[in-house]
Design a protein around this ligand. Sequence first.
Ligand code: PMP
Length: 460
Amino acid sequence: MNVIAKPNDIAGLIEADRAHVWHHLSQHKPYETIDPRIMIEGRGMRLWDATGKEYLDAVSGGVWTVNVGYGRESIANAVRDQLVKLNYFAGSAGSEPGARFAQKLIEKMPGLTRVYYSNSGSEANEKVFKMVRQLSAQVHGGKKSKILYRERDYHGTTLGVLAACGQPQRASHYGPFPEGFVEVPHCLEYRNQYPDAPHYGIAAANAIEEVILREGPDTIGLLCLEPVTAGGGVIAPPEGYWPRVQEICAKYDILLHIDEVVCGLGRTGTWFGYQQYGVKPDFVTMAKGLASGYAAISCTVTTEAVFEMFKNDPSDPLNYFRDISTFGGCLAGPAAALENMRIIEDEDLLGNTTRMGERLRANLLALQEKHAAIGDVRGVGLFQGAELVADRTTKEPLAEAKVQAVVAHCMKNGVIIGATNRSLPGLNNTLCLSPALIATADDIDAITNAIDAALTEVMG
Ligand code: PMP
């Protein structure tokens, strides 16, 4: 396939970008000598840049977002129709797509009833933190205000959620942060912190209980976790972990918040990652795959019990959640999300994710047989990681330069893969694969073939 519409004046476009755009998560020094990459068009699993180079995208838009693939005209049409009818209204009124989407979403989330709209994963998570702080003041007399988060997890970029960041270098330089955020240990079995424990998953969950007891259970209002840790290393929780976490939250009356910004809307093969583990959360947040990047939308979803506490404050009958998100009223979001969900359902993308996820995993395990550099393969559905090591026995992480060389080699050969972000000192060594949920067997094989070739080249 050729690029569909090459831009005019490619050199001018690149120069405008080089001169004026500050790219996310990027060191710009190299652009003094090389051209920044500018993506122009996408169809399905494929993308074209300004030079006409074609890519197979194994990371759904760079950061696990374009779940239903590029170029979906039905989503564009749904957004267009909604914008022409009514583009926006915020504040105290509802909307047609907002009500319809909330109803459809809630059908997939037994036990949860209320949807609060905003625009980004960070914002959706911060809403939960604010709700918990308000409940602390309103219901618990100032107790239960602390928020627990886990080492290696990430919940967003604003100062509020960076206070709950388990990836140290993402937060360094940006303090001081709001108070009352406490870290609990990660649960990555490969880097076994509990070698003597008879059951790793239970030991990892019990480590959370230890923190709760140390801090005092009546000081803690919320435990916030990713269902499968994304940028922190593609960490699928060990067996036994989630049921024990649920028990601990119930025992100490701590609300459980699951950050589904990455796993939500099908990435693991169920609508939400927590549904793989039978967990019953009090809050679920979602963003990226919610509208597959066709509009900016995020949701904070909670239970009727939480909602009721904001309706029936004995100390102040007029009290309510004192929060607004201006663009939570932009109706392109729910219109796109509704059509995105219809596509996932009608095309059985959950089933495809399970099938293709198994293939991706099997291919990676076969590569592990061949390449000593692959120390661990882990993940769920179309969300898989391969941790690269310099030595399988000592598990010494592969040097960052080599990991990046593997990613660059794939990119040169037209396959976009990711690696854990550089915020985990010494542990930025996991290749991240999260193709769109429409991936075919040929796409999956092309992705793992590219990794095979890259490892052969980089590791010799
Ligand atoms: N939570 C998780 C698990 C994420 O991976 C991210 C973004 N990578 C966020 C929250 C923040 O989302 P956003 O960038 O939309 O604010």
